[in-house]
Design a binder for this molecule. Sequence first.
Ligand SMILES: [Ca+2]
Ligand SMILES: [Ca+2]
Ligand SMILES: [Ca+2]
Length: 172
Amino acid sequence: MIVCSSEHVEMVVDIYESVDSVRDHDPDTEKEDADAERRLEAHHTGKGCFYFKSSFYCMSKETKSWEESRHDCSSRGADLVIINSREEQEFISQQLGGFEAWIGLSDRDREGEWKWVDGTPLTTEYWDSGQLGNTGDEDCAEIYYSDSNKVVWNDKKCSEKLHWICEKRLSQ
Ligand SMILES: [Ca+2]
Ligand SMILES: [Ca+2]
Ligand SMILES: [Ca+2]
């Protein structure tokens, strides 16, 4: 289990800043782009956050409400993770260990209308069908290991305190 402890906040900020510098850079060729990504990967692998395709991720060591978790990501220039593909779902699953974590998905604006934090509607979904119920006004989504040993999503009360995963995209 890779986590970012609070002692490593400075390191995390460094990582996000270096992502910014790479993203702002406008490489002339695809090769330069690939080189930059390889350098970042070599530099950051094993330092508490993880890198997959064109994003950096960081899993919290602390637990917070969904809103506070999102604020933590924003303060680092990132946002709660948006799961765009099966590959990303599987990658996050591998990093999760036994943890439950907030993801950047909620139906807080309108009940039953799930949206990612960047405003995009839900396309690929991995709900734990037995758990998606809005029981007691559950408007935020977590990712976790279900009883059937699959990594799925559940709607949960936004005020509950969970770990969370920030994502910073390197390119669009
Ligand atoms: Ca993503
Ligand atoms: Ca709901
Ligand atoms: Ca639920």
